[in-house]
Design a protein around this ligand. Structure first.
Ligand code: FAD
Length: 383
């Protein structure tokens, strides 16, 4: 991928924003189990980070996807997984469908304020009884005149306690089952019938709020439907590709910082009369991670180039998400191991990194779901 001086200038801007607006507050936000999205997002919006590829008519930058790659790599360098995840929900998980398929009115009302950082968005797909198998969702929107009446619940929703609106996937057909008869609907969270059932306590990504949400006879205009009624599953599958790509891009930044910091540590820590770094086993362990991160970054860039050519990136995004998820776990395990006892202490960055790194292989489609998609694409056996 060819990055110009303009790209590098952009990279430096994002890095400065992360170092100024995110990193100094992370300990406090991790402790609180939430970060103030309504304070942070306008600061990111002020430098154009919340709508990089979106239409300038709605406040977007109209940039190409190469800037999203840099954005992901740099935001991923933040000292936690939670805030980058929450930001990417706003930019690449809850809004792509609205930008792609939404009406002008819907975009003016919900996309433009999300790009300005005034409204916080969340993506509401997973349910207590349907995660990997999205076709099994039960939340139902029944049409009553020009309104949907929504009943159901959603689980593990990032930004869930502070979102102003949700990109909700619901069943909108009485007759159809499985992946048929679903629609994506913009649901404002200030409507009667919406409630946050509980804020969830998590192993990692603790600075991001995750919630279970409830919908009881919630009425929303049918005009809030994103795109075509009945095409929600397909639209969400396309939106998942954006989710998987940004997750893969962000993971590179985090892994690179972790390996760099560990290299510095093993150079200065001594055992058996010499620096840890003088052990060939340690040199090879870290050199292998350096190589694997390089390969993963290059694969991400190949994926991004295919996306920029307008190709279907299901295969690329699936592989990128799978391989970076696995590599993240390996990097986190090696970094904590090479720090020894201090690496296990909460005072050292490795502890949080170890916890946060576990999510990529579960959220946004578990590793096994990525393998399932890939096996189907490759025509391996019957699904
Ligand atoms: C911190 C966090 C944030 C999240 N944010 C959001 C969000 O903002 N919005 C949202 O909608 N969802 C969100 N999720 C949900 C996430 O996408 C799901 O947890 C994930 O898709 C897995 O679904 P599940 O938890 O129901 O696991 P299940 O579907 O119950 O699967 C459990 C495990 O079984 C295995 N498995 C599943 N299917 C297969 C198979 N076919 N073959 C072999 N093994 C299989 C996998 O190992 C999987 O991890 C979030 C989750 C977490 C933990």
């Amino acid at each position: 991928m060819h990055f110009t001086a303009e790209h590098e200038q952009f990279r430096s801007t994002v890095r400065q924003v992360v170092e100024r607006e995110i990193d100094p507050h992370i300990d406090e936000w991790e402790e609180a189990g939430i970060f103030p999205a309504h304070e942070l997002f306008p600061k990111l919006a002020a430098v154009g980070l919340l709508g990089l590829e979106y239409d300038p008519e709605y406040g977007g930058q109209g940039a190409d996807h190469s800037y999203t790659v840099i954005f992901g790599e740099e935001v991923g360098r933040a000292g936690c997984g939670g805030v980058p995840m929450a930001i990417s929900v706003q930019t690449d998980m809850a809004t792509p469908s609205l930008h792609r398929f939404g009406t002008h009115e819907l975009k003016q009302r919900y996309l433009a304020p999300a790009i300005r950082g005034e409204m916080v968005a969340a993506i509401a797909v997973t349910e207590p009884d349907a995660g990997s198998d999205v076709a099994g969702i039960r939340t139902r929107a029944v049409r009553d005149g020009d309104e949907w009446v929504i009943n159901g619940s959603k689980l593990y929703i990032t930004n869930g306690t502070q979102a102003d609106w949700l990109c909700l996937l619901a069943r909108t057909s009485e007759d159809e089952t499985g992946y048929r008869g679903m629609s994506q609907v913009v649901v404002p969270t200030d409507l009667p019938g919406f409630s946050v059932s509980r804020k969830l306590d998590k192993l990692g990504n603790r600075s991001s709020d995750t919630a279970e949400l409830s919908f009881v006879d919630l009425r929303v205009p049918v005009a809030n439907t994103i795109g075509e009624i009945g095409r929600g599953f397909q639209q969400q599958m396309a939106q998942f590709q954006n989710e998987r790509m940004i997750a893969a891009y962000m993971s590179i930044g985090g892994m690179q910082v972790a390996v760099d910091r560990t290299i510095e540590y093993v150079k200065q820590r001594h055992a058996f009369g010499h620096p840890l770094a003088d052990n060939q086993h340690i040199q090879f362990s870290l050199a292998e991670l350096v190589a694997e991160i390089d390969v993963a970054r290059a694969y991400n860039h190949t994926c991004a180039e295919a996306y920029m050519r307008g190709e279907d990136t299901t295969r690329h995004a699936t592989i990128a998400k799978l391989m970076t998820g696995r590599l993240n776990r390996k990097v986190a395990d090696t970094c904590i191991q090479l720090h020894g006892g201090i690496g296990y202490m909460e005072e050292t960055w490795t502890a949080r990194f170890f916890r946060d790194s576990r999510l990529l292989s579960i959220g946004g489609g578990a590793d096994e779901v990525m393998l399932r998609v890939l096996a189907q694409l490759e025509g391996i056996g019957r699904s």
